[in-house]
Design a protein around this ligand. Structure first.
Ligand SMILES: Nc1ncnc2c1ncn2[C@@H]1O[C@H](COP(=O)(O)OP(=O)(O)O)[C@@H](O)[C@H]1O
Ligand SMILES: [Mg+2]
Length: 245
């Protein structure tokens, strides 16, 4: 977050990123039916729910890729509904999509170089990436597609971090990764949050996200069904997956 953004944030009473009564979908069909979420500065929010619940659509709205049919998107207290994704990214909203959005046929260094267009120097990008993820430095010349799943996720995260986000959104961070790697990545996520970054993590099943989350929400059927402390949400998750709600 830049100093100007911090000052702006302190002057407002609002959350960092706020979705207010969002309806959105594809074509004329809404799949979100009034979703409200409020992410506070430095907070890790976990958004959990079964396949098709509307989690990725929610991130699509939050990152400006999907324009809601109703409701408001607020960034640092300022209305940004309908703002193009590139502009939101510049303002500090950063999404790591499902599948990680890296270039498999480029090396680690080349992947990192792809982001220097954003106005950050290549030296800064690599310095930051390798400080956060020393493993990437060892693999700098390797094709991204041949990295382990965990290393690919680290690369995706360092590309995102290079844009100096105010809020980082991760879609299914743990997908396809061994539990021990997921634990490692969540430790990194926890560290990032301690440095003041706000994080919204979407997961389908991974209860391990609750260990680093400050708040958790369960989504099903295009609605937030529950929101609360991670411990309380953990208990309710089973019910949601069994369809009891
Ligand atoms: N590109 C798309 N076009 C049409 N419908 C979509 C598209 N993407 C997702 N959907 C539908 O929207 C609903 C919510 O999907 P999604 O947000 O991807 O859920 P989740 O990420 O929780 O699995 C689903 O019913 C899905 O079929
Ligand atoms: Mg999804």
């Amino acid at each position: 977050m830049t100093e100007a953004q911090q000052t702006q944030l302190q002057q407002t009473q609002h959350g960092l990123l706020e979705l207010i009564s969002i309806r959105a979908g594809y074509g004329t069909i809404d799949v979100l039916h009034g979703v409200s979420l409020d992410i506070q500065p430095g907070q890790v929010m976990a958004l959990l729910g079964p396949n098709g619940a509307g989690k990725s659509t929610t991130l699509g709205v939050a990152s400006g890729q999907i324009v809601p049919s109703a409701g408001n998107l607020m960034l640092m207290g300022k209305e940004v509904t309908g703002t193009p994704p590139a502009e939101l990214a510049k303002a500090g909203v950063c999404l790591i999509p499902e599948g990680r959005g890296i270039f498999p046929n480029l090396t680690v260094m080349e992947n990192l170089r792809m982001i220097t267009f954003a106005g950050v120097s290549f030296a800064d990008v690599t310095e930051r990436a390798f400080a956060q993820f020393p493993r990437l430095a060892e693999r700098r010349k390797q094709l991204a597609g041949t990295l382990s799943g965990g290393e690919q996720q680290m690369l995706a995260m360092s590309r995102a971090l290079a844009c100096d986000p105010a809020v980082l959104m991760l879609d299914e961070l743990s997908m396809g990764l061994a539990p021990i790697i997921v634990e490692e990545l969540y430790e990194q996520v926890g560290q990032l949050a301690q440095s003041g970054l706000s994080i919204l993590i979407v997961e389908q099943f991974a209860q391990s996200v609750l260990g680093v989350a400050d708040e958790a929400a369960i989504m099903a059927g295009g609605l937030i069904q529950r929101i609360g402390a991670p411990d309380d949400i953990a208990e309710e998750l089973t019910e949601v997956y069994l369809g009891i709600t």
